[in-house]
Design a protein around this ligand. Sequence first.
Ligand code: ADP
Ligand code: MG
Length: 593
Amino acid sequence: MLQVLPPSISNLIAAGEVVSRPASVVKELVENAVDAGAKSVVVSVLDAGKTLIQVIDDGCGMSADDAVLCFERHATSKIATAEDLERIMTYGFRGEALASIAAVAEVTLRTRRPEDEIGTMVEISGSKPAKAQPVAAPSGTHLAIRNLFYNVPARRKFLKSDNAELRAIIQEFLRVALIRPEVAFKLTSNGKEIHNLRPATTRKKRILDIYGMNLAKELVEVNVDTTLVRISGYIGNPEDARKSTGNQFFFVNGRYFRSPFFHKAVCKPYEKLVPDDYTPAYFLFLETEPERVDVNIHPAKTEVKFEDEGMIFEILVAAVREALGKNDFTPSIDFDMKGAPDIPVFTPHGNGGDWQRPPKIDYSPLFNPFDVQAEPTAPVNPETRPADPVVPQTPGYGRLFEEESVAALNSLIVLQRRYIVTPVKSGMMVIDIRRARQRIYYERYLEKLAERQPVRQQTLFPVTVQLSAEDCLTVLEQPDLVASLGFDIQDFGGNTVVVNALPEGYPTSEEQVRVCIDQLIAALRDDTSLDDQPHLLAASMAASAAASGAGSLNATEAQLLVDQLFACREPKLTPDGRRCMTIITFEELEKKL
Ligand code: ADP
Ligand code: MG
């Protein structure tokens, strides 16, 4: 039975913006379907939901009266009295979603309860009153949302590219699919199937269905129980950590939340196991007493506040560390849940002793997929190796040399793999290696992009790469651009791509192909269209390229890097305006000594 919440209760509930983009509609409708006891939920979108969002379920359906009433603000069947407020707060039943959606889109509802002979169709849009009529309908509910924000042009204009909106939809879809493995979920976009998830008996099977064997077989189980919180779920094998994010999920008491703070806790034990700025996958389910967590602090309801945040942070770190240790990714630390007090006490630095060991990840520190000119250490076919970089007489180069008269370029010192130090007339110049690389790659890429000149390719024995649905979309969305960067990537179906060719000079081992594709995805993820702002794409590619290229340099490599840097138009700054180099003058030195 539906009831309109009395104002006393509705006022208690923080009003929030329910609908900000197509993904929020998908979230609300899919949650409703699951709440209605559906065994199967089918979501189809056209144009990333901008044209049509359709959700069909086989749940309990609605009576003719309820089919009209459900569009009233604060109409919910999920709470009857104020005593239930705790429950609404927990699950976000506020009776607002359908009302909010109907206010900004054209909505058609078809619904029938299994016990009824005949179903109901309701059409509602904007402020027009709902029109109901009897129809023949399968039992369950079918909602079609057309032309979202048709009456709020500013909102509609604010939406991102179809690719970006679709990725957000997939995220919301998966957030529900992950907490309800027993329900079948299907998602299609413009007729193309993105996910088809069968009912699963365990979370792990659901994860496997979503991400494929590759990720799922490597998952490490997490399980801890304290009086504060119970944490269960899975974390990814360090070797599968990825540059692109998206496979990170926290749930509390059965609903998704995001938390940069807890994210840090999970990443901490991986620090020594994965390269910088790689992120492990995780699917962590927290359970705690409802009064220990406030889920209503954010209107979109994905941010939550825990009473004992600091403690849970420590428990997370320990749980992840222990799980990794048990699976021999790190020597196990002294963390025995059975013998320990209920809430383990953790020293700030951990008492785990030295659990570090070199990363298992096999990546060549000097390998850089975006470096078109092969690094000197990379295996290079002399026939295809591009001409040695000419040290051009660019203004930047000349000017700097006049000013500073770099005396002996071959007296370079590499410090801590991070800096190159070289004497200049006024003192010594310190070059930040990573930033220098960023500048060099940036200019190279910008040039390629501006010329629309495809980078020469080398074909390789085709490598199949399994991606997440979102990553797959990203890679396949702009085939011309990807091709012009020297990649030949084809859709293989099932969120898998086949890589047939890479830019010339790249190492071609299977793992390195994977790394390349990850970096390409990270670069393409910037939702900026190439035509508008090629420099943003170039900068983002350069940043990821430079980050992965860290490693020790020998003298020749350092020399090459310095030459390449000073061949740039703007050697002093990174594309985002940070300094690539500084000069410590003799005066400054004298002051110090
Ligand atoms: P809430 O989910 O907070 O109750 P909504 O606006 O999302 O508010 O939905 C209002 C009401 O409409 C629900 O409480 C439920 O009774 C009914 N409803 C919505 N979607 C469905 C569905 N797919 N199947 C059956 N009933 C539904
Ligand atoms: Mg709802």
